[in-house]
Design a protein around this ligand. Sequence first.
Ligand SMILES: *[C@@H]1O[C@H](CO)[C@@H](O)[C@H](O)[C@H]1NC(C)=O
Ligand SMILES: *[C@@H]1O[C@H](CO)[C@@H](O)[C@H](O)[C@H]1NC(C)=O
Ligand SMILES: *[C@@H]1O[C@H](CO)[C@@H](O)[C@H](O)[C@H]1NC(C)=O
Length: 205
Amino acid sequence: MLLPSVITILLVSYTQAYSALQDAQVIAEFKRESELNHTKIVRELVHRANWASVGTISTNGYVKDYPMVNIISIDDNNEQKVSTGVIRFLLTDLDFTGNDWQSNNKVTFMFTDEQTLNCKSYNKDPMEPTCARAMLSGQVTKMDKDSPKYNSSLRVFIDRHPAAEKWITRHQFYLCELDIQNIFVLDFYGGPHQVNVSDYYAINI
Ligand SMILES: *[C@@H]1O[C@H](CO)[C@@H](O)[C@H](O)[C@H]1NC(C)=O
Ligand SMILES: *[C@@H]1O[C@H](CO)[C@@H](O)[C@H](O)[C@H]1NC(C)=O
Ligand SMILES: *[C@@H]1O[C@H](CO)[C@@H](O)[C@H](O)[C@H]1NC(C)=O
């Protein structure tokens, strides 16, 4: 007879559609999201990373006006090795980024939790929204080599990137800061959040 098997299928699919366990998981995830401190997540991503993927608008003849990406070593520590959120980095005109920002000073720095393999260790794919990432856009500010701050900032940077000592002597590298204009963070389902730049600098992590 056909009818009892249809009823069986309906019953089975109904019991599969509702699961108290799944409900509890969904509620737990939403609770987790409401507790996420987006500003803190961005500051921690920046501080933990030794480098960023940096996007610029290319001036290179072969890929003119294409988005160009590069790896740039970064540091946000002060002399006490405390995070400030100020992103410092060395650039040279021999590189893509060095030429691009001087033509069109619009750059985006990207950080992901996967840089420290934190997503892999929790079995999260780098593209999943729960593998946190932040995109910080702004302008490159070349630091004044004659300011007293320059040498001390450079020393702090070299502390974290000892190899930089060699680059500086061989090539014309100059220390820069990112003047942050916008911060996006993706740290959960439901799309990216904007983080207020003043709040970003203000918190202590
Ligand atoms: C986020 O974390 C920072 C640093 O711990 C804290 O100062 C700030 O109050 C937190 N913000 C929220 C909304 O919880
Ligand atoms: C910074 O260091 C350079 C190279 O060591 C030196 O020539 C310069 O005088 C220093 N500048 C300041 C302001 O101390
Ligand atoms: C960011 O926060 C500061 C201080 O609370 C506020 O003055 C400023 O208007 C905010 N900026 C934006 C873009 O919301």
